[in-house]
Design a protein around this ligand. Structure first.
Ligand code: LLP
Length: 418
């Protein structure tokens, strides 16, 4: 469910008219519906109600402070993968005891920051990292709670760039040797080994891969207990898929029905790290048609947003629905929707049939809330675009458009070198 809808051929976000927002903030911009974010969070929270659970929103999908604060107020925890994300989560008011820290390359300073902040648990991705956390915790006089991130060698049946739970992926520790890893970690004096973690991939639309992976993880929990290693938390990661085009992803309820019967008997506390499920369809990008260019081969609709603003189509060839903000014609046109960047990959849609548009019209690029702004860059020296959040019929700029001055902030040209 999301709260973007057409009424009389005009696009609304909740009760706010998108073209009026565009007049206020100028294009391009990201637009988020707070009501949609809340709905998605609550759907998952309710579906998991039968079991002790903690939803740790995955900040990497969208770490805007207004988004984080919206979720913090609901009691959400956070899944962070860098010092910067930890800083954002804490600043947004997410309590430290609800923060989990993953990532294969945590540095000493990030580990130390997390320990000093008293986060809930580290999701440890290698034995070298376990030793590093033990060493730093010792220096700080702390005990670090850890889970080992287990690579269950399960195919998540998704795009190869967002599969993470196969043997050949860099993530986690091999399930076959897990008992040895747990014994080794358990022998380190400054670690409290208390969890099992896995994240098998992203945009997973069926429950099958989860059932397979969780089956392996719960077996591991029993095996560890038999060996005297008590496991308190089972973190099954994120990855719940959404509708970009014609996918039929499992609902939160389907998901819970499939996985809770496996998890409940373990008595473990359940942690989940959803990102896309919460924010993906809660955001769009609004862009303006600058030119329409017809060649012998094609019609190009050239818009004022580029791959630097939303890189998913260029990077993963991913599909995002595109429609005019105001549908003014029942005619369709087959076009390539492209940006202004000097790269052929700067393309949001190829040979796509869209409602007829003219130069100056606004287009909405849907399902852009997750991995949109956070993956944007200043490539081609383009200031990053604003983020706007709607609540009911009002909109709020929750991140300003960058200026040209912002582009060179922090750069210096010492006299000695010029
Ligand atoms: N937990 C861990 C350890 C993760 O690595 C990820 C995502 C998540 C949770 C959240 O996954 P989600 O629920 O959002 O699927 N940039 C790509 C997606 C990369 C996902 C990376 N890890 C994209 O645009 O599709």
């Amino acid at each position: 469910m999301h709260l973007f809808h057409y009424q009389d051929n005009q696009l609304y976000c909740e009760q706010a008219k998108v073209d009026e927002i565009a007049q206020d903030v100028d294009t391009p911009f990201y637009l988020y519906s707070q009501g949609t974010i809340l709905d998605h969070y609550k759907k998952l929270d309710t579906a998991l109600a039968d079991i002790w659970h903690l939803i740790c929103y995955s900040l990497k999908s969208n770490s805007n402070m207004a988004v984080c604060k919206t979720l913090a107020k609901q009691g959400s925890g956070a899944d962070v993968v860098s010092g910067g994300e930890l800083f954002r989560a804490l600043r947004a008011g997410i309590s430290a005891e609800k923060i989990v820290f993953a990532g294969v390359g945590k540095t000493d300073s990030e580990i130390s920051y997390a320990l000093k902040s008293d986060i809930f648990i580290f999701n440890v991705e290698s034995m070298s990292e376990a030793h590093a956390i033990n060493r730093i915790a010792g220096k700080l006089g702390k005990k670090a709670k850890i889970a080992l991130r287990i690579n269950p060698d399960v195919d998540a049946d998704t795009h190869k760039h967002i599969t993470t739970g196969k043997k050949e992926n860099k993530f986690g520790l091999a399930i076959d040797n897990a008992l040895d890893y747990y014994k080794e970690a358990g022998s380190l004096p400054n670690l409290i080994v208390s969890g099992v973690h896995a994240h098998i991939g992203s945009q997973i639309v069926t429950t099958d891969p989860y059932v397979k992976s969780i089956g392996k993880l719960t077996n591991l929990v029993y095996k560890l207990r038999d060996a005297g290693i008590e496991i308190e938390t089972l973190n099954i990661g994120g990855g719940l898929g959404i509708i970009y085009k014609e996918e039929t992803p499992s609902t939160a309820r389907d998901f819970a029905n499939a996985v809770l019967p496996l998890i409940k008997p373990t008595g473990c506390k359940l942690i989940m790290e959803p990102g896309r499920f919460i924010i993906g369809n809660a955001g769009i990008m609004v862009t303006k048609v600058v030119y329409i260019k017809k060649t012998d081969a094609k019609t190009f609709v050239i818009v004022d947003a580029g791959m630097n603003d939303l890189i998913r189509p260029a990077l993963y060839n991913s599909y995002h629905a595109i429609s005019p903000v105001n549908i003014e014609s029942s005619e369709e046109m087959v076009v390539d929707v492209v940006g202004p960047i000097c790269e052929s990959a700067d393309c949001f849609a190829k040979e796509r049939s869209i409602s007829k548009v003219n130069e100056g019209d606004l287009l909405a690029i849907f399902s852009a809330g997750a991995y949109g702004f956070v993956m944007s860059s200043n490539y081609n020296s383009r200031p990053r675009i604003p983020e706007v959040m709607v609540k009911d019929d009002k909109h709020y700029i929750v991140r300003q458009r960058e200026t040209y001055e912002d582009l060179i902030t922090g750069e210096s040209v010492p006299e000695d070198i010029v």
